[in-house]
Design a protein around this ligand. Sequence first.
Ligand SMILES: [Zn+2]
Length: 366
Amino acid sequence: MRINIEYRHESGFEKFFHKIATKTVAVMYDINTLPYALQIKAEMEKRGAKLLDVAYSDEELIPSEDKCEYAYEIAATADYVLAVGSGTLNDMAKSVATRRNIESGVLVTAASMDGYCSKGAALMRAGVKVTDEVRTPSDILIDLDIVCNAPRLMTAAGFGDIIGKYTCLTDWRMAHALKGEPIDEEAYALMEQARTACVNAFEDLTNHTGEAVAKLMDALITAGLSMAKCGNSRPASGSEHHQSHFLEMDFVRRGEKIPMHGLKVAIGTLVSIELYNYIKDNRITFNGAEKVYRLAEALPRVDTVRDMLVKMGCPVRFSEIGVRKETMEEMIDKAYTVRDRYTVLTLIHDLGLTEQIKPILMEKYY
Ligand SMILES: [Zn+2]
């Protein structure tokens, strides 16, 4: 299905408003997104839509069975579900809409992560995080005034998610060079261009200008589109994401608050660049090593990336986001097992370099 990605114009979201004019729309929001929900509800009502409220009073909404069931019940007579929020509310809306066999959409409230148009919904079931396969939303509505006003750390997390596209694309090239994994060049180029445009707008992004935030938003959405294009998450997820997933599972196991996705990915990116540099600088020899050295050379300097993250307000050590020391050590050992996908973490493991590189990573990133 083609996703309608619509930026707000003076007249609002024309295409979307036209579509829902005769529909009953269940609008999902929490206490943080309430003001934006009120605004768009008024606009939809003016266009003739019937509205149902799925209001949560939570400040930190957990996508549990109860919370999803509440939305599912209210949406019984709806023919469209609109989330007003970012990751959690969008995932819940996608899930409810898929179960009800109706369409969903999202009014984006933060450029915080790249899952807006993904086919996955991260939910909690019996206290365990699960990722359900769901239908992608039909409409992604972006009001830059709202997104520019999001908490700074959310935008920083979105930037961290995009910075991670350096290492995930490099991992993909490496898996191609060493293991013959196919590359979808079109999906690769899409992601690379959007990432570069976003990073080029970095200075303006630190000032949260509309134009720069739009570039970030575009890169986050492109990640979803390029994944959909090639049918897997290679264009948007590599070793930096595997580190993030590994840590996330530990936070969930402990019942602790999970730091934002992009913040974990950002530090994971620094670690992954460090791994590439280690192989290159120490001239580690193996079959295909020259190709890996060249890939490492094409990556940005680790100091440059770290400086950008700091300027955006991203933490640059795992200790800063509540990761335990032993968890990070375990992550260096095992994060390559999170997915059956060849990355620099797998290479380091295969070369038997894990133990010698661990103290260096702990010193720099814990
Ligand atoms: Zn991501």
